[in-house]
Design a protein around this ligand. Structure first.
Ligand code: ZN
Ligand code: CU
Length: 484
């Protein structure tokens, strides 16, 4: 082994992503891989980073994103890289960038992450090829979305799919799997898939079984009927014999506050029968398309974007309604289509779910407009600063594991998520004493503090508070993810 490396990170404290206790070591990188970890006193390198007093960890893996189009249209992804994120899981909540036809009109919420029509991809394979041809600054593992497939093959979304439509969707899932998708996501909470039956999802998902690809879901209900929704998710996983992931687990609306005790106990119990994962974002507000259903208009609502009224972004629905002299429902209808921030959760539930051993960290950020939910820029530093350091919800080793090793294992991301010799060199260097989110609801696009350097496949991508311009992200496919 040569002693002259591409990159050498000197004197840091390694938190390796496995939950093992931290240790002091140097880390060397060659050809995009981790070449050595230990006392490398005699080594030299083309570039040396002094990491004394800093934590050296695997680059964070964002387990839940809607970056499908941003990877192509804003490939520097500063809102990810500035947080220490080096890999994103895309295609969540039933929504994927492909397959789509150029002539389709997309319903909400699919339209939230749509591309210009000429830039749409008719197959999942062609979407992944585009990502390879024009790499982004982070790695991506992508899923195909059931709502996207419904919009593609069904003329009318307000009913269950018939046998021919199920067969057509299944063929698209098969194509996506062959091309390297890591799973199928659903969003039965949303209108385009609300009428899909459990059986429809199982039959569409058949191609997952042979590959043990993931079934990932924004469940039908995260409020009064959350237990039934969990049972449905588990049933689909058992029928297909594949791992399931419960996306952005939460219990919404005041009458359900406190019920995370019940949901986590059920998840814990069922984990003994089948493979289950879950993720969570560290905020008591969610963000989604502007809705007018009962229950969702009770709590505080902040408008994030509105097509007919872009000037209302960043304002409370209540104030807009007062200004217009109309009801909240009427104001919400006038603001559609658009997205909003809903303060529907309780802090006690958020903490309990975050602290649950098997919960991964995912942002669920929507890279749209200039008043996004602050989770887009703040999720990972908020967990490290607020929940880990300030509230001591868990040790730093556990926080890092929830963002790296656990996530890589859950999604089958081979040779990522842990600092080990031979692994892909995705690395973040941060200051555990100062790392914190600065994005809030008023100023949601402020980058985190304390994230000092971010390395993606060996390429220095964020350094000294600035993006280097590197775009070394790779497409992680199911084939590669399968262990030898
Ligand atoms: Zn969702
Ligand atoms: Cu989502």
């Amino acid at each position: 082994m040569s002693n002259h490396h591409d990159l050498l990170i000197r004197g840091g404290t390694v938190v390796d992503g496995t939950k093992a206790p931290r240790f002091d070591a140097d880390l060397a990188i060659d050809n995009g891989r981790i070449a050595a970890i230990g006392d490398l006193a005699g080594a030299t390198a083309k570039r040396v980073i002094d990491a004394r007093g800093r934590i050296v960890a695997p680059g964070f893996i964002d387990s839940h994103t809607h970056d499908d189009q941003a990877l192509l249209s804003q490939p520097a992804l500063p809102f990810k890289v500035s947080q220490g994120v080096t890999t994103v899981v895309a295609g969540n909540c039933g929504i994927s960038a492909a397959p789509l036809r150029a002539d389709m009109e997309l319903p909400m919420p699919l339209a939230l992450i749509d591309a210009p029509k000429h830039a749409r991809h008719a197959t999942f394979g062609s979407y992944l090829d585009a990502l390879r041809a024009q790499p982004a600054s982070v790695n991506v593992a992508a899923m195909v979305g059931h709502s996207t497939l419904r919009a593609l093959v069904m003329a009318d979304l307000d009913r269950p799919a018939n046998d021919a439509e199920i067969a057509a969707m299944r063929a698209h899932v098969d194509e996506a799997m062959r091309s390297g998708a890591i799973g199928l996501s659903t969003g039965t909470f949303y209108p385009p898939a609300a009428h899909a039956t459990t059986e429809e999802i199982i039959e569409v998902g058949r191609p997952l079984s042979a590959r043990k690809a993931l079934y990932v879901t924004h469940m039908r209900d995260e409020a009064d009927r959350v237990i039934e929704a969990l049972e449905e998710t588990f049933r689909i996983g058992r029928a297909l014999d594949v791992p399931v992931v419960v996306s952005h687990h939460k219990v919404q609306n005041a009458p359900n506050h406190g019920r995370s005790g019940e949901t986590l106990a059920l998840i814990q119990r069922q984990m003994q029968q089948q493979c289950i994962g879950l993720d969570c974002y560290p905020y008591t507000a969610g963000s989604t398309m502007i809705r007018t259903d009962r229950g969702m208009l009770d709590a505080r609502i902040l408008i994030a974007s509105s097509e007919p009224h872009p000037e209302m972004a960043g304002r409370d629905l209540k104030d807009i309604a007062a200004q217009w002299g109309v009801s909240g429902t009427e104001a919400a209808q006038r603001l559609q289509p658009g997205s909003a921030i809903y303060f529907t959760m309780d802090e006690t539930d958020v903490r309990r779910i975050l602290a649950f051993e098997q919960t991964m960290i995912g942002s669920d950020g929507i890279p749209l407009g200039d008043k996004p939910h602050p989770r887009l820029w703040g999720t990972f530093p908020r967990v490290l600063g607020h929940y880990c350091r300030e509230l001591a919800l868990f040790p730093l080793e556990t926080a890092v594991w929830k963002m790296t090793g656990l996530t890589a294992r859950t999604f089958g991301l081979h040779q990522r998520g842990a600092l080990q010799v031979g692994h892909h060199a995705d690395v973040v260097i941060f200051d555990a004493a100062t790392v914190r989110d600065t994005a809030d609801y008023a100023q949601p696009m402020r980058p985190a503090q304390g994230i000092e350097s971010v390395i993606v496949n060996g390429a220095l991508t964020w350094h000294d508070g600035a993006h280097t311009g590197a775009r070394a992200g790779q497409v992680i496919t199911r084939g590669e993810a399968r262990r030898a």
